[in-house]
Design a protein around this ligand. Structure first.
Ligand code: HEC
Ligand code: HEC
Length: 134
């Protein structure tokens, strides 16, 4: 009897925990403001791309992403377009895609998928300003 009571309490606590988790999680975990990347991109793929851009330019996430409008939060507001660098990056992404398509479309894997020959790294090489001679 005591045993099953404990079980019921534990089960109720568990249920509350899950309801709590569901309530605190944003209704939609997916990116809200994608204009050049596929809207249904997985969280994992988005992370990979963001990491590669960060490395290619030798910057931190905050180079393109504005701080949260809530000054008590130390997080970045990833969906915001307030920093001009973010829009330049979109432009660069489209340009890079066009260069590959137009000039390197012969570069395909054995399934016929185009391989991205030119990447952000090709020009940037860890520098946000590849046009500035060092
Ligand atoms: C070179 C600029 C740049 C850097 C550096 C960068 N991002 Fe982004 N990020 C973008 C752009 C541009 C988009 C929007 C892409 C689009 O419009 O499809 C984006 C979108 C996102 C989104 C989706 C936001 C939404 O809800 O729409 C997340 C999350 C994100 N970035 C996280 C990161 C993280 C984490 C880092 C650091 C590891 C990072 N970004 C570094 C340019 C950048
Ligand atoms: C063909 C060469 C080339 C490629 C490929 C390229 N960039 Fe650029 N990028 C440049 C040049 C050159 C500049 C400087 C332009 C200027 O200052 O007028 C620049 C500037 C930028 C800036 C603005 C930096 C600032 O402080 O104003 C961002 C952001 C950027 N690139 C992101 C990217 C991302 C992300 C990619 C890959 C998706 C990429 N670039 C691919 C050549 C390139």
């Amino acid at each position: 009897m005591l045993h099953s009571k404990h079980f019921a309490v534990a089960a109720a606590l568990f249920a509350l925990m899950f309801i709590g988790m569901a309530a605190t999680r944003p209704p939609d975990d997916r990116a809200k403001n994608l204009k050049v990347l596929p809207k249904d991109i997985s969280h994992e793929d988005l992370d990979k791309i963001m990491d590669s851009w960060k490395a290619a330019l030798g910057v931190k996430c905050g180079f393109c992403h504005a701080p949260s409008a809530d000054s008590t939060s130390h997080h970045l507001d990833f969906a915001s377009d307030a920093k001009p660098e973010k829009n330049i990056a979109r432009h660069m992404y489209k340009m890079t895609g066009r260069i590959n398509k137009k000039f390197f479309s012969f570069n395909k894997d054995d399934k016929g998928n185009m391989l991205p020959t030119i990447t952000c790294m090709t020009c940037h090489r860890g520098n946000p300003h590849p046009d500035e001679v060092k």
